[in-house]
Design a binder for this molecule. Sequence first.
Ligand SMILES: Cc1ncc(COP(=O)(O)O)c(C=O)c1O
Length: 396
Amino acid sequence: MKSPENLLKSFFAERIKGLVQSDIRRMSRECERLGGINLGQGICDQPVPDSVKEAAKSAIDRDRSIYSKFEGIDPLRERIAAKMADYNGIRCDPDREVVVTVGSTGGFVAACLAFVEPGDEVILFSPFYGYHRNILSLCEATLRFVTLHPPNWSFDPADLERSFTEKTAAVIINTPSNPCGKVFSRQELILIASLCQKHGALAITDEIYEYILYGEHRHVSIGSLPGMEERTITLSGFSKTYNMTGWRLGYAVGAAPLMEKIGLLNDLLYICAPTPLQHAVMAAFDLPPSYYDQLCADYARKLEMTCAACDEAGIRPLLPQGAYYLLADISGLGLSDDKEAANFLLGRAGVASVPGTSFYADPEDGRQQVRLCFAKQDGDLEEACRRLRGIRTARP
Ligand SMILES: Cc1ncc(COP(=O)(O)O)c(C=O)c1O
């Protein structure tokens, strides 16, 4: 007779069998249990701009509470199209080429369901964002990985060329990237674009951290490059730029025939993005340019603080070019691997991180790394850094 556990497992669909709780969530739960400071999960706890909060209250008071069109409310799509032209260099028709999604993740799910057949090859850079890998796996894509090499997170062009085959449906770009903070250069994107065109592949690009950039690094959207307008789905959203990860608002932009399918899937999966919040988030587009300068300056300061604490702790930061994560080399701690290091940091310093192996196609690449997220209120980050600095003396 089947044990109850095996009986229950027999109900699982094949496509979810590999799905397990991520190290990120595991570390967060453990951190909560121990009352630690969570630099593991990318939960950005900065406040939402006041003008956007006021707009949300007003939208709720005005009963903007019913389903919107599945592609989102007209004025928001117009504001998104204007921003795409100004910031990303992508001209799009707000009526046919923009869909407001349930977070950029909702757009990614819709794009994968719409354009990736089971068995299609999809190229993913490693280290990668786990949701990209897992959603593609749910869609039964065959993944081909291209390694990004620290410290600059460059890739070997020959490696990329070899990864493209006649079965390649899409390449996934994430710039600035989570977890390593790579900002793809124009030259790199030109190469990716030429390979997409040569092999008839789509580019699906997640640009959720597009405003968070350090030093000389500038954001370039592959969808703005010649010949890419008809083969790029650009995904972005409001979660990271305006500290509203729980509002679940994002958008997808691309050529009309592609966006028509994304809109239909958005309807089927979610009906629409939360309507009152669609009304509210338009206020974000009225924020002055200084808002974005301040965002970068604040994160640059938090990054510097975190790097200094890592240095003192004997952990070597691998500098990000954008986004708000830091991969750090823990080999100096003299522990056996990333999991032991993450447990040690949490147990001894009360600071949660994420073991590096969870981000790599080849776990060996992350065996001596942990990821820290520094999108934290100053007080918490200062305390986390103070604790990290203290571990030099606590080392086994
Ligand atoms: C690379 C990347 N894409 C997307 C998301 C989620 O974005 P959204 O809240 O718009 O779904 C995250 C969140 O951590 C992320 O790191």
